[in-house]
Ligand binder design. Structure first.
Ligand code: HEM
Length: 219
C-alpha cells in the first residue's frame, strides 16, 4: 500500500493531477434528496465496462468467418476455463444494459432533466441509446447459429424496406445481396471496433457535460 502511495505522489509531483482529480472529479457536490433512480446512468456505465472487459477477452478466441465462428464460440464456451462464465456475463450485461439505459432515459424524462441547460446532453444520450442498440444488433450475429443468421436476415430485410436508401443500406450492411462472410466481417468490425470507439467519445462528452452542469435537482 505504501509503495502505491509513493508511486502516486511521485507521479503527482510531476503531473500535478491531485488537486484537479480531488476538486473537479471526486469532490463535486450533488443536490439534496437524490433517490435510487439516479443510479441507472452509473449502472449502465458499469455494465458497459463489464461488456468491454469480457468482450475483449472473447476476441482472443473468436474467429469472424462463417466456417469457424460457431466452433470458436462453442470452444470458448465449453473448453476454455471460465469461458462460459465470461460469455454469460457478456450476454447478461448486454441484456441488462438495454433495461438500465431505458430506465435511465425514463428517469431523465420524468424529472425533466433534459430541459435547459441539459438539452445537448439529452441529444448525446439519444446517440448513446442508438449505439447500444447497434451493439445488440451486431453482436447477435456473431455466434453464427440459426437464430443469429435468420434474425439478422430479418433485421437487414427490414432496413431494406426504407424508402430511397433502403436497398443501399441493406447491401452496405450485408456486403452484398445476401448474408455471408462479408456480413460477418462487417458486423464484427462494427461490434468490436467502430461502435466501442464512437461510444467512448460520446460517453466522454456525456460525462464532461454532467460534470460541467451538475446533476439536476429532484422534483
Ligand atoms: C451508455 C449509455 C449511458 C450512460 C453510461 C449514461 C450515464 C449517465 C450518468 C452516470 C449520469 C449521471 C446521473 C444519473 O446517473 O442519472 C447521466 C446523466 C444524464 N444522462 Fe445519461 N447515460 C447514458 C445514456 C443516456 C441516454 C440514452 C439519455 C437520454 C436520451 C441520457 C441523458 C442524460 C441526461 C440528460 C443526464 C443529466 C441528468 C441530470 O442532470 O439529472 N443518457 N448519464
Amino acid at each position: 500500500m505504501n509503495v502505491l502511495k509513493h508511486i502516486y505522489f511521485w507521479v503527482d509531483e510531476r503531473l500535478e493531477m491531485h488537486d484537479y482529480i480531488k476538486k473537479d472529479i471526486l469532490d463535486k457536490p450533488i443536490p439534496k434528496g437524490l433517490n435510487l433512480s439516479y443510479c441507472f446512468g452509473g449502472i449502465t456505465f458499469f455494465l458497459f465496462v463489464m461488456l468491454a472487459a469480457t468482450g475483449y477477452f472473447m476476441t482472443l478466441y473468436y474467429v469472424p468467418s462463417p466456417e469457424q465462428a460457431y466452433d470458436a464460440v462453442d470452444y470458448l464456451t465449453f473448453e476454455i476455463p471460465m469461458g462460459q462464465v465470461i460469455r454469460g456475463v457478456h450476454h447478461w450485461s448486454g441484456n441488462l444494459m438495454m433495461v438500465t439505459i431505458f430506465l435511465h432515459m425514463l428517469r431523465v424524462f420524468i424529472y425533466g432533466a433534459y430541459k435547459k441547460p441539459r438539452e445537448i446532453n439529452w441529444i448525446s444520450g439519444v446517440f448513446l441509446f442508438c449505439l447500444v442498440m447497434g451493439f445488440g444488433f451486431t453482436g447477435y450475429l456473431l455466434p453464427w447459429d440459426q437464430k443469429a443468421y435468420w434474425a439478422t436476415k430479418v433485421g437487414t430485410s427490414i432496413m431494406g424496406t426504407v424508402p430511397v436508401v433502403g436497398d443501399y443500406t441493406l447491401r452496405l450492411m450485408r456486403g452484398g445481396s445476401d448474408l455471408g462472410a462479408l456480413t460477418l466481417t462487417r458486423f464484427y468490425t462494427l461490434h468490436v471496433l467502430f461502435l466501442p470507439l464512437v461510444t467512448v467519445i460520446f460517453l466522454l462528452a456525456h460525462f464532461v457535460m454532467i460534470r460541467k452542469q451538475g446533476i439536476s435537482s429532484p422534483l
